[in-house]
Design a protein around this ligand. Structure first.
Ligand SMILES: Nc1nc2c(ncn2[C@@H]2O[C@H](COP(=O)(O)OP(=O)(O)OP(=O)(O)O)[C@@H](O)[C@H]2O)c(=O)[nH]1
Ligand SMILES: [Zn+2]
Length: 212
């Protein structure tokens, strides 16, 4: 088991200590968190020490670390090394990017697809980086609307684009497995920035591509 705890490098204000490497996807081990999950398990089940549950607190702690790893990642760092000068002015769309996030109200998954478009301004970005930026914000405790806006704002800020459009469609397990128990409803959210916000034809062109 790793002796150090990477999370300890996270400062209280949510920023990273200088020594922290952004976008380090290595596994985090946090003994405190494992203990807290063990306590919770003790309240939930009759025998938290039975064989099948012995390593569950460790597994849950590691899973939660992964599912919130977006707090330790930086969209800027992902984008800045993958921007290429290219005289492209037409719309670029990456659609059907699957994502998984946790709703901040219940810490239950919501998941679906993101569709991202942008209008380049002399630079294009490596396509995989757009999907990585979706993950940076999806791997946090979220509401879908904020997730959508954060992806749009980060891309707008770091691409130098004329505009960015993000549409996300998701199923919320907190509405499916509990609460209102609606299995088929999906939620669509959008965030339009720059030309996509100011020009209805650009927005319509983007939406048209999504219909295919
Ligand atoms: N706007 C928005 N709401 C969300 C999202 N995820 C979950 N919610 C909602 O957050 C609300 C929380 O409402 P509360 O009344 O405080 O919680 P609750 O008693 O568990 O609500 P129910 O789910 O209706 O049982 C619920 O209506 C959820 O459906 C999201 O991404 N965006
Ligand atoms: Zn919820």
């Amino acid at each position: 088991m790793p002796a150090h705890n990477k999370l300890s490098r996270l400062q209280n204000d949510g920023h990273y200590a200088d020594s922290f490497e952004p976008n380090d996807e290595r596994e985090v081990y946090d003994a405190d968190k494992e203990g807290l999950v063990r306590q919770l398990l003790g309240r939930l089940v009759e025998d938290p020490d039975r064989e099948g549950l012995k390593r569950t607190p460790l597994r849950v702690a590691k899973a939660l670390d992964f599912l919130t790893s977006g707090y330790r990642m930086s969209a800027e760092a992902i984008i800045k090394n993958a921007l290429f000068e290219e005289d492209v002015r037409e719309m670029v769309i990456v659609r059907d990017i699957e994502f998984y996030s946790l709703c901040e109200h219940h810490m239950l998954p919501f998941f679906g697809h993101a569709h991202v478009g942008y209008l380049p301004n002399g630079k294009v970005v490596g396509l995989s980086k757009i999907a990585r930026v979706v993950d940076v914000f999806a791997r946090r405790l979220q509401v879908q609307e904020r997730l959508t806006s954060q992806v749009a704002d980060a891309l707008m800020q770091h691409l130098g684009a004329h505009g960015v459009a993000v549409v996300m469609e998701a199923s919320h397990t907190c509405m499916m497995m509990r609460g209102v128990q609606k299995q088929s409803s999906t939620t669509i959210s959008s965030a339009m920035r720059g030309t996509f916000e100011s020009d209805a034809r650009t927005r319509a062109e983007f939406m048209g591509f999504l219909e295919r």
